[in-house]
Design a protein around this ligand. Sequence first.
Ligand code: FES
Length: 182
Amino acid sequence: MITREREQLTTSPDGGPPEDQPKWRQDFPIDWPQDHYVSRRDFTKFMVLTSLAFTAGQFWIVVQNYLRKRQGELPLQKIATVDEIPIGGTVTFAYPEAHDSCLLLRTGENTFTAFSQKCTHLSCAVVPQPDKGLFHCPCHEGSFDLATGEPIAGPPRRPLPKISVAVRSGAVYATGVELRTT
Ligand code: FES
């Protein structure tokens, strides 16, 4: 039997000592100080477990970011030879997957820029309009700047994802996707 200091025990309703209490009260005592002590212990246990879960969650996020970055290393993909694209001309291609339609623009003798063709509003295909300096989305009259892919009119709020390109040995290659949020 666990013995405790008398002052640690709750005073019974009639003020008498525990041993003078009816049997039912001795069998089912309500010892409030002890009950509060157990509550504090449970709370501490809860806090320790919560901290461990939080730490594990942070660790999981770090691992996920690392894996995502590794997956973000996309392969080189040839889009077209430089000669195939006139200055001011555009070429469509798929990158990095077959269903990811993109647009390559030749903006100068040796300058190229490329964007995803998927509108950042509701994913309709944007259409280049070089004479107006923009990509037009026919679904809801959205527009993006031809040079930067930034939204300039209509419902889109986010820029078109930019495709990194490089010119090597007379051909233009896609080298990665720059995800942009602003
Ligand atoms: S889908 Fe392009 S503006 Fe709505």
